[in-house]
Design a protein around this ligand. Structure first.
Ligand SMILES: NC(=O)c1ccc[n+]([C@@H]2O[C@H](COP(=O)([O-])OP(=O)(O)OC[C@H]3O[C@@H](n4cnc5c(N)ncnc54)[C@H](O)[C@@H]3O)[C@@H](O)[C@H]2O)c1
Length: 273
């Protein structure tokens, strides 16, 4: 069901790789709500050509940009405002990658070049994106910037590896930059802490099937899907949430406030009845 919540709003959506991507679902929902946008991803991710399908379906253009490159980001913001015909109202940062996770390095045995690369892509790219938007004065007042995170930033999930540290840094950037964006430009900055979701980045984490099933059993409403996350993001891009800023918002079916659930207890009490 569409409510035209984003009618007349323009933005940039980072990180749609394939149909499973949270950013892909978000682009579809933003389009359904009347928003217009430019899609972007790293040049290497665009080689597959999959993103063209989404661009066609949402009547949008694709601009390649490595989110760690200031030069790419500057060109992206310049072109996006030109194509869309004005300043931006929303930006979604949906980017994550850990080389240590990819190469199977244990948290206690990191390759620090990989650590730095993953940090730059997963966390600092959010600062770089906002710095470019801020310096170019590219956001409209009451605009909204959202990045996606995971609760391993706040609690221990051993296999989430150095991505846990990257997410803690990302959430801190949202608060720190959000202060200046709020004060100087009246722009909101928030992170959404999403349930485990079966995407390329998600399934790259060791033991993913185990912890997606565990999270589902722990959450009174079950895991939030990519579509749930897309809809939450739409609400944060809309005028209905104008003074929500500097927040890390859980979209996780209640997982973050649970201690234990009956389903999880039952699994440990077999034979005790
Ligand atoms: N899947 C989950 O379980 C889960 C849970 C919570 C949060 N998140 C977060 O959601 C976001 C989106 O991930 P997803 O799960 O949709 O997976 P995904 O693999 O579909 O998306 C990750 C995206 O990051 C892009 N990317 C990587 N390096 C880049 C670079 N240098 N420049 C620009 N883009 C680059 C990839 O091309 C890809 O499109 C990430 O921040 C992720 O950490 C995912």
């Amino acid at each position: 069901m569409a409510y035209n919540l984003l009618k007349g709003k323009r933005g940039i959506i980072f990180g749609a790789l394939d149909e499973n991507s949270i950013a892909w679902k978000t682009a579809e929902q933003v389009h359904a709500e009347g928003g217009t946008f430019v899609l972007t991803n790293a040049p290497i991710a665009l080689r597959m050509g999959t993103l063209n399908k989404l661009a066609e379906a949402t009547n949008s253009q694709v601009i390649p940009a490595d989110a760690t490159s200031i030069e790419d980001l500057e060109k992206l913001v310049e072109k996006a405002t030109e194509i869309l015909g004005g300043k931006l109202d929303f930006v979604l940062h949906s980017i994550g990658m850990s080389m240590n996770v990819r190469k199977g390095n244990h948290y206690t045995s990191q390759n620090y070049e990989f650590t730095q690369k993953g940090w730059d892509i997963s966390a600092v790219s959010f600062h770089k994106t906002m710095q470019v938007l801020y310096k170019k004065d590219a956001m409209n007042e009451w605009g909204s910037i959202v990045a996606l995170t995971y609760m391993a930033s706040q609690r221990v999930f051993p296999d989430y590896n150095d991505m846990a540290d990257n997410k803690a840094y990302l959430e801190s950037i949202a608060r720190s930059f959000g202060y200046f964006f709020g004060k100087d430009k009246k722009v909101r900055v928030n992170t959404i802490s999403q349930s485990p979701t079966p995407t390329t980045a998600g399934m790259g984490v060791k033991g993913f099937n185990g912890f997606i099933a565990y999270a589902d059993k722990m959450s009174p409403l079950g895991n939030a899907t990519a579509l749930d996350c897309a809809n939450y993001t739409v609400s944060l891009f809309s005028d209905l949430t104008k003074r929500v800023t500097l927040q890390n918002l859980y979209n996780d079916g209640g997982f973050s406030n649970m201690g234990v659930s009956m389903e999880v207890m039952d699994a440990f009490m077999k034979g005790e009845e």
